[in-house]
Design a protein around this ligand. Structure first.
Ligand SMILES: [Zn+2]
Length: 265
């Protein structure tokens, strides 16, 4: 759910294999007892977000902002980019890309700027109207679950991208991107794997768990990003630094990976 350049190309890697796994899991779930889950009306989305934010006790998110018309996101993006002297055209391009993504299926996001990664500042999270309209956003458990996901992105942005022996910060990231030793699409895939898998792990022990739909989507996404990372490692398409970043995350979620593989294989 993070705003950055999306991995359209890499989605191809999923291929038919993943579709088959999905069908298999649906069949299993259909056999289980039907659980009726009613959907809240969300009279005050900001209050609901504040409550969920209070529950997750975040170390890396500053505020969770309900931003249905993209106004707050735009102000934030402009202020961050103007502060580093970005040209107006660059700012407009960034905003267009972010807006397109927000109008698509990115309902909640932590904006990422490589120039700020590792600055140890907390990050705001912006939430779209679509998030509350989504049939799977049934109750507070779904808000908590989504915030567990954003907490992972906010932590990476604030502390830097996790490697085996250190965290990658802006001063290293910017030259690595320029030299193509680090590629945005791979940072995205690894970050989403980490975020969805953390969200899945948390859902299993949460006092207020997510809805069946949210949990199912979380597992599928976690598995799909895992599949993309493992395929890239096997094909040898990651650079050494990307491989280190990916393997650090694979080690972090070793147990959850075993569960995911049992579910989908
Ligand atoms: Zn995400």
């Amino acid at each position: 759910m993070k705003l950055s350049i999306k991995c359209g190309l890499l989605a191809f890697i999923l291929g038919t294999g993943f579709a088959v796994h999905q069908i298999k899991e649906e069949r299993v779930e259909n056999k289980s007892a039907v659980k009726v889950e009613s959907k809240e009306r969300w009279a005050n989305p900001q209050n609901a977000l504040n409550e969920a934010f209070g529950i997750i006790k975040s170390d890396s998110i500053s505020r969770v902002i309900y931003d249905p018309v993209f106004e707050q996101t735009e102000l934030y993006v402009r202020s961050k980019l103007e502060a580093i002297g970005a040209e107006q055209q660059t700012i407009e391009n960034y905003l267009t890309k972010n807006k397109d993504s927000a109008l698509g299926n990115h309902y909640m996001n932590t904006v990422s700027f490589f120039r700020y990664t590792g600055d140890n500042e907390k990050r705001p999270v912006f939430v779209r109207e679509k998030f509350f309209k989504d049939p799977d956003t049934k109750g507070r458990g779904d808000l908590i679950s989504a915030l567990r996901h954003e907490e992972v992105h906010a932590k990476e942005e604030s502390e830097g991208y996790e490697l085996s022996n250190r965290r990658l910060k802006s001063d290293e990231i910017v030259p690595l991107l320029r030299e193509k030793m680090l590629r945005v699409e791979n940072v995205y895939i690894i970050g989403e794997f980490d975020a969805y898998t953390t969200q899945f792990e948390a859902a299993l022990t949460e006092k207020e768990p997510p809805s069946t739909g949210t949990l199912k989507n979380t597992k599928q996404k976690a598995y799909s990003f895992l599949f993309q990372i493992e395929s890239a490692i096997n094909m040898g398409t990651l650079t050494s630094i990307e491989k280190d970043h990916a393997r650090t995350k694979l080690r972090k979620h070793k147990k959850a990976i075993q569960s995911l593989k049992k579910m989908y294989k």
